[in-house]
Design a protein around this ligand. Structure first.
Ligand SMILES: *Cc1c(COP(=O)(O)O)cnc(C)c1O
Length: 427
């Protein structure tokens, strides 16, 4: 009998849940080993089934920007729970959250609340198609927009061809309208618009991508996306599920100073509860049912407990200096890791914005997915397990970003740098 409770839980989980997990990356398939089953979390830490403590740099993949169990958020949720879990009728809190989002993000005049980023991105595509009367959509390799059929697509064999599905169970007919291009490639973007621009309903992009590690759209590339969409009458959709309210209060659009037509949000706006949204100008959003003819609905949409959690979280991150302090901590961490790598003669580069970061085992920052995927996975996996064994939990895959929360103390950051130094010396 094993005494590793993570291992025994994983064995048990595999008997009743496919692969033992409810979202694939949790299974540690990329890095090997046993996933940690989390028992509880507080502040910057969580504890696994063996009561081992970790400094958490995934933060539920972004939402836990305040750290775990922030007292103000916990209180808001506890109060909301007593008043009821779900009504299937509107509440004031939904209005408050919508007003809050509109106040923070200038490109949004109206917003629809849903329960997951997948749902929000899928609905945004339907809306773009409904508004423009066009079918085709454009996305970029390495950007993840949830698992709706039309978005599970990789590039076709050439610029003129549309995508191929990346999942079994997605009919070719469903992805034949999705065009996939390399990220940050202006030339291919221009050619694609020349060929297909007048048929495109929208271009969807993670403006600061967090699903191919951390890769930002260059300013020139982002500008060109905006210009070409305007020129050809396609809608520009920023998927800010991960970077929104995370890289800066106003999201990547405030960093890049670009106004998208539709913004997709999730993660931070729920503060760790199932809540996501999509929004844009009134002229666009008024196409949604029951005002307009684009249908979308949800039993748990705008859930009263989730909205309480999201509202309390958004209030906290608007406090003066919040993002300055968060950015500072994130930079201290990434610069510390960079120095540790250099001291050990390892190729390394780092980038970050607000509370989101990436590090790469290259001397220069990669600009697209293809480059990210040339990372030496064996070395990454050694680094990952070395950090994990020493109580520092980063994403268990080299193509994921990292997250720092307001609850991480300077001491946590210093410890994480010391651990990395030690681990890197052994690589
Ligand atoms: C997480 C994520 C999604 C999907 O959100 P879920 O809530 O997991 O469905 C969509 N887009 C981006 C950019 C994401 O990071």
């Amino acid at each position: 009998m094993t005494t590793d409770l993570n291992l025994s839980l994983f064995e048990r989980a595999k008997q009743c849940i496919p692969g033992g997990v409810n979202s694939p990356v949790r299974a540690f398939k990329a890095v090997g080993g046993t996933p940690r089953f989390i028992k509880k979390a507080q502040g910057a830490y969580f504890w696994d089934a063996n009561d081992q403590r970790y400094i958490d740099y995934i933060g539920s993949w972004g939402p836990m920007i305040l750290g775990h169990g922030h007292p103000v958020v916990v209180e808001a949720v506890q109060k909301a729970v007593v008043d009821g879990f779900s009504f299937g009728a509107p509440t004031e809190r939904e209005v408050e959250l919508a007003e809050e989002i509109i106040k923070i993000v200038p490109s949004i005049e109206m917003v629809r609340l849903v329960s997951s980023g997948t749902e929000a991105a899928m609905s945004a595509i339907r809306l773009a198609r409904g508004v423009t009367g066009r079918n085709k959509i454009l996305k970029f390799e390495g950007c993840y927009h949830g698992h709706a059929d039309a978005l599970l697509v990789k590039a076709g064999s050439g610029l003129a061809t549309f995508g191929q599905s990346t999942s079994a169970g997605v009919p070719a007919e469903v992805v034949q309208h999705t065009l996939v291009l390399p990220f940050n490639d202006i030339e291919q973007l221009e050619q694609a618009f020349e060929l297909h621009g007048k048929d495109l309903a929208c271009l969807m992009i993670e403006p600061i991508a967090g699903n191919m590690n951390f890769v930002r759209a260059s300013q020139a590339f982002a500008n060109r996306c905006r210009e070409l969409c305007t020129q050809y009458g396609a809608l520009l959709v920023f998927d800010e599920v991960m970077c929104g309210f995370r890289v800066a209060l106003g999201g990547a659009q405030s960093v890049l100073k670009i106004k998208p037509d539709i913004t997709v949000m999730g993660k931070v706006i729920g503060g760790g509860m199932p809540l996501a949204a999509f929004g844009g100008s009134k002229a666009i959003m008024e196409h949604m049912a029951p005002m307009g003819s684009v249908y979308q609905a949800g039993t748990l949409s705008g859930n009263p407990v989730a909205t309480a959690c999201g509202l309390a979280t958004l209030k906290e991150i608007q406090k003066p200096g919040f993002f300055d302090q968060l950015s500072q901590k994130t930079q201290t961490l990434t610069q510390g890791w960079l120095a540790a790598a250099k001291a050990n003669g390892l190729p390394f580069s780092v980038d970050s914005e607000g509370g989101m970061f990436g590090f790469f085992m290259f001397d220069e920052l990669p600009q697209n997915y293809a480059k990210v995927m040339t990372t030496n996975s064996q070395v990454f996996n050694q680094l990952f397990h070395g950090l994990l064994d020493n109580g520092v939990y980063i994403a268990p895959a080299l193509y994921e970003a990292g997250f720092v929360s307001a609850a991480h103390t300077n001491e946590d950051i210093a410890t994480s740098i010391e651990v990395a130094k030690k681990v890197m010396a052994g690589l």
